[in-house]
Design a binder for this molecule. Sequence first.
Ligand SMILES: [Zn+2]
Length: 356
Amino acid sequence: MRFKNNKFLLFGALLSLALLLLFFTTPFLQKPISEEHKSVFILVLDGVGASYLENLSEHQIMIDGVFLRKARLKSMERFYSKSAVLEQPFTKTTAAHSLYYIAGNCGRRWDSIKECVDDFGIASVCDFYRSKGYLCIMVSEAGDFKEARNEFDVVLYDNDLFDFRVQLNSSSEEAKEVARFLREQAKNAANYKLQERDVDFFVLYSAFIIDTDYKLIKFLQGRFPEKKFFLFSNAKGTDRCAHLLSALEYINCIEGLDSYLKPLVENLADSNVLFFITADHGMAFDCLQCNGHHASKPYSETVFAKQIPFIFVSDENVFLIDGTAYDLMPSVFELSGFNSACGEMKYCEGNSLVMR
Ligand SMILES: [Zn+2]
């Protein structure tokens, strides 16, 4: 009897120890990576350097002996703590740098990006997502090129400022309907066009793209709720603002986008569509009233031109750590439920920055 009691005691103690261990270690165990496939929306705010966003990056920007006021994107700020700053080593405009994501990372041969996109097999991000049944859509202002447009099922692009065209590359019913929708939307572009090329002009240039993304996603959610999509979008106004106006106006230009981004944030933060905001490069200025640059030395060497935001607009309990632009697509792939996508792609290096 005594022996039996001891056995019970020992068993009880071991059980308690096991339960205690489980209790204390559970929060540190990684959640299994979701296999659920989700739609993806990547919005590139052209030329918006991470350094210029208040509360995102630590860098102070001193120009003409004063600290430059940074831009506040209030609708976005609650996501900054889980977002990352990426180093973009390629800040040149060669072959539409806005779209390097489309080719994975082209084996880091940025100057050959056109050949990479055009390559056979699963060479582009669209090749990959389409092989999984996704619809691939581009809504872009500049930053695109023929080889990249050909990768998508349907494309809205501008031939020149506010001269929008639709290109349909697929015979699927979904793609045809999206093309019809985008053609109608393109007719609205004229309503966004102002006369004078000031800050408001460039804010509205980007706002047209952001509004179109919002309406398109609503359309897709209503019309094809089961169809997954990969939407890539480039809003060019901020880059133009920096190149043609000044550092001070560039900040106003970025802030001007806040009210247009807000409906997208409200619709997508708690949805099945993964929403990422990034940029193709940042910007550097010699003086407060000077034009901005990013492609040539010495500007291309600065953190202001190289650091880009990678904001995950999501209420999910997911964090991104800082990395390089090469890590962007591996992170997006993982979050959209394709953990081993890079292994299937021809050009995809880098590591996922996702922490759960
Ligand atoms: Zn750019």
